[in-house]
Design a protein around this ligand. Sequence first.
Ligand SMILES: [Zn+2]
Length: 1033
Amino acid sequence: MRAIHEPDCCNPLATSRAHYQQHGTLSTVANVLQPAKTSITSPTPEASKKSSLVDLCEGKELEGFVIQQVSEIPDFHCKAYRLLHTATGAQYLHIYRNDSNNVFSMGLRTTPNDSTGLPHILEHTTLCGSVQYPCRDPFFKMLNRSMATFMNAMTGPDYTMYPFSTQNKQDYHNLMSVYLDAVLRPKLRESDFRQEGWRLEHEQVEDPTSPIILKGVVFNEMKGVFAENQSLFGQKLLNTILPSNTYGYVSGGDPLVIPKLTYKDLVAFHKKYYSPSNSRIYSYGNFPLEEHLNYINSSYLSNFEPSSYKDTSVPSEKRWQSGKSQHISCRPDPMAADPEKQSSIAISFLCSNINDIQETFELQVLSELLVKGPNSAFYKTLVEPNIGAGFSPVTGYDAHTKDTIFTVGLQGLNATDFDKVVNIFDKTVDTVIENGFEERHIEGVLHRIELSLKHQSSDFGLNLLFGLTPLWNHDGDLVKALKIGEQVLQLRQNLKINPRHLQDKVYTYLKANKHRLVLTMSPDESYESKQAQAEQQLLNSKLANLSEKDREVIYQQGIELKREQENSADTSCLPTLKIKDLNKAVEETPLVDHTFNSVPLQICVQPTNGVTYFRGILNTSKLDEDLKKLLPLFSQVVTKMGTKKHNYREVDQLAQLKTGGLNFSSHVVEDTSDLGAYEEGIIFSTYCLDRNVKDMFELWTELFNEVTLEDLKRFETLVRVSAADLVNGIVDMGHHYAISSAASLVSLSACRKELLSGLSYVTKMREIAQKTDLTPTLNQVQQISSLVLNKTHLRCATNLSPNEKDFILSKTGSFIESIPGICDKPFIQTRVLDLAHPSGVSPAIHHVHAIPVNFTAKCVTTVPYTHGHFAPLRILTRLLTSKYLHPLIREKGGAYGSGASLSPSGVLNFFSYRDPNSTSTLDAFDEAHAWVSQNEFTDQDIEEAKLGIFQKIDAPIPPGSKGMNKFLYGIDDEVLQKHRLDLMTVSREDIHEVSSDYLDRNSKSKCARALIGPENKDLKSRSGEEWKIIVQE
Ligand SMILES: [Zn+2]
């Protein structure tokens, strides 16, 4: 079950592939361990199972491999095995851990020397069919034939990786086979290259009189990526600070350079880089290593020779003798809170070699001390004076590249303040070198690392892979990197010998370091037109050289590609799981209901590894409408303003020292059997080491009783930073916002969610950030605090280990007792009437944004979760996604993603993501029922749609999150079990029935549409739709 607090439309097809280059995230192993707020998931229940790996010792030969190193990693309860494939030199890392969510990945070092996007386009085309799996797009097809908990492919600045995870052994072998075949024996047909990379094609493929334009999946994807100013900024930063080698180029592809790439280059690039000799293979989990090795060697590696490719390793960057500055332009942001303040600056330094593990770790700690939270030096000097709208996303330590990078960046500032920022930066560095860091601050950072070692997530094996890949790519010592405990000890030792140890590092890297870049960026009104002009010029130059015959070829190729895309592919060559292979029964979660002072507490005893989890829901239905709209802002600031006993810096420090964080967020959940009722509130959540339970609850008691929401300046800072983050996220979350907008026109609970997390909220925050006096807003936030921070409408849940149960529960009881109020009605539902629509017309919203791509959505009302139609509707959305929308909107239309989903609120959503089209996509949504009626899907297609849904339902849940279906969504094991059986037995007839009941033009369902994108003249001519145009000024 997906968390409803996440974006409502998490479509695996839109999100599971090719997340291009996440700059500045997941850069080191230590960084990976920063507790994830949203994804807490499962380790391994079967703790007693013994590994067969005990007799695998160093030097032993096994299935063509030799074991080079075996090492216990006690910090993570795992054992690492490094192997080498003798014949080809392929490297292999296996991490044995008693975790059922097994991971596999094949990684290649890919170091392009141009910006044509070669590695990225190759990553896409390898997944378009291989020798053993010749059908079109086996990767996407496998999404539906598997129980994968993760499937993806990614292109980094100097590597490409193909990872997946699954809990099912048969599935693991199926996927491993498809992945290895895709990487090592792809078909790489020219038509795949044109579909995924770039091509010239008539705008209307079948109309030779329509203009010839540039198309291609990656071409469009990268246009979308660089539509975000901060992505452009991050890319430019990397290219400029590391200019000499592969990092000087855009590995994902510069849209203006991509069309220089030829098919021949692609094939040559594959030959050079995708050989076993240049590969790094990873497996993780509790499946036997020997079986993996046997299969990989006998089916693939043994058929390959060691390759004679030239070395792909990346040389270190030659250090600069003096600092550099560069300025770039970007697109003006119509949503910017203050139009005068749209510039960004980054001060960046090249630091240590990634292979210096201890140095990387210490720089990571240093980065936390310098830029994270209100106690950090740069937060105090650069964020708090409100020069800009907070740190830019490039801020922090980035250990993705051979030479690592530390950056402090500010966004949302006036270009006239650039020099001021540089001065403050230099002064801050001097102050830190002189005064050093508070011991409690350092302890706070180290405590977080200790806690993250114990906090279990279901994607642990994947996170380990992402953390290790950059290091592995440069042949670093993986085992050493995994021993975080030793790195912590070493740092403590270093500090003991030299108390100025960290200050000395600041001097070395941020003061004496000549390899320093100051990059600035400001909007240019003509940016968009210049870009469009450059693209047009590129196109013209291509068209100028075309002969009549070339034009004929372009027309024919367009027709052929279209025909190929329309042909239903024969997927019988692909392996598949069957629904009958899945468990019939849900795995039950034992829960105990308890009360303290009449406050209900759900208790879930789990093997949590010495960590206690606590959550509470405070109902907010009684608040005035004005205050409700400010709840997300309240949630953002309430833990960051201080209490009567401790100022906000001290509160942050205590939270760092004793907890995994103090979080508030919005909670809107529909009744499972009545769409006219929902629970609304805010949820607070936290966790800590068992030994800190008393301190953690004391901190919460203090917050509930003595929070002070008075510091206006502090409030201004938080508001500005929050507004800037929201505005920056629009392009990234475009599909979420489009769905939220459309849904708010058909459902009142969706309307509530739109106010709390949709564009309405973004607009609201933008307005607040523009106010000169925030006193009235702060007064409202105080009012919320006095109304909700009590136990009047409170219900709670805790997940804890059996060992300390009684102690933890007694502390939980004291906390509940300590907070004000008398519990009365812990669970309240808000009842709403139906939204009325004039018949015959369906409402629609167009949010006009100056971006080069569209996000579209259409929403249709259906039934609540427990209704008999919910299961077939769910299967229908999955079927539509993979068999109808994906071929039409992504493959043919060139959109980055598209799909249909059914929200727990019973709203069926259609959406597209980074879509070059708008109205034709909306037409495709409208034709969905006609497609179903043609009945051209097979039984296997239905089976696959079911598997797709079960991937979500059976995703591993970590001990800290068990029982949350019940607590958050009111779905207990019994309801879940019924839904499970309903899904399994959905028939073809059921699908037809719900399609005609809800998607037919004549059905009684209400529907609405939304579009986020540039000005659009075609909307006016659409019949039966009433478009409201919202232009941001
Ligand atoms: Zn991509």
